[in-house]
Design a protein around this ligand. Sequence first.
Ligand code: ISC
Length: 378
Amino acid sequence: MRVVTDGLIADYRPGSFLLAAPRHSLLATGAQAVVDERDPDELSARVTKLLVDSPAPLAVGALPFDRSAAPHLVLPEAVRWSGPLRPTSPATAPVAAGAAVTPLPSGEDYERSVARAVTRLRAGELDKVVLARTLRLDLPDPVEVRALLANLARDNATGYTYAVDLPGGRTLVGATPEMLLTRTGLTVEANPLAGSIPRHPDPVQDRLAAEELLASAKDHEEHRVVVSAVVEALRPYCRSLTVPERPSLVSTSAVWHLSTRITGVLADPEVTSLRLASALHPTPAVCGAPFGAATATIAELEPFDRGFYAGAIGWCDVHGDGQWVVGIRCAELAGQRMTLYAGAGIMPASRPDLELAETSAKFATLLRAMGMTVSPVS
Ligand SMILES: C=C(O[C@H]1C=CC=C(C(=O)O)[C@@H]1O)C(=O)O
């Protein structure tokens, strides 16, 4: 099969790092050095030192969901920038038909876990928790990653399409709508998303769904928890912060979200985008609040390791500038196995069936890009 791809995607090879943002795209290849310090200050200091001492213009990579696990950053051998990716080639299926699909947990078990979380939330044990589920695809052939990336970039032009090489021959591929942090000089920007509703193929029903989301007290509260955590995490680093009073609506091709764009001015020009990303991550958009109770609930109720799902993906240059996005709407590829991840923010007013439907809608980002129409709710 000949795969026609465009721009930087055509030059993507296994092991490369790709981040295609709405206004620019980055392809980094090769690895002069790998950095995996777990302490955020040491990680940032080591990356900066290596960048000062080497010709590499930036470091790229990913922070895992679990703060105590090792990050995976590399100083690439070559870096190329281009404008936004605008794949023009016809969609190509990244793999022949015939995947075996295994959900973990099953739909019923996910609903049971959501119900257990709701009981704890209503008892006041925590304010919010994000519970995820996975779909394992066992494929007849290895995935053609360039075709998958082209389809993701085509369907998610306002989002961030990415591919990150992970230890152990794995690759995280996805298209996230959520930007964790961008630092440009003294200016920082964060764009937390939380509060979602599936989109509808009928335009009138779709508009009604968006209005329902805008009117939902549960979703506004779910969003408020995230915005307040992001503001509190940024405050010590900023001399001013601007936070809109109300969230706005944004959409992917699969889901409507509540979104708040926060901007700030850094107090200390030495604080790198990597250090700021570590300070923010994981926000309650992927974890919950309070942090300790949410991580304990996730560890107890989710029957899998998140790895780099719900982590942070991005780059940082020698000046500390950079961009980090939230590693959601993604799948981990390992040979002919592909594991898709999707989570939903659970609140005291959550309904298990609706949270299951929301995770199904989130899986559609990857399933559509794979050319699959299978119903993931099982
Ligand atoms: C955890 C995910 O989405 C997060 C980001 C936006 C909206 C979310 C929500 O409304 O639940 C989630 O917090 C995911 O896609 O796996």
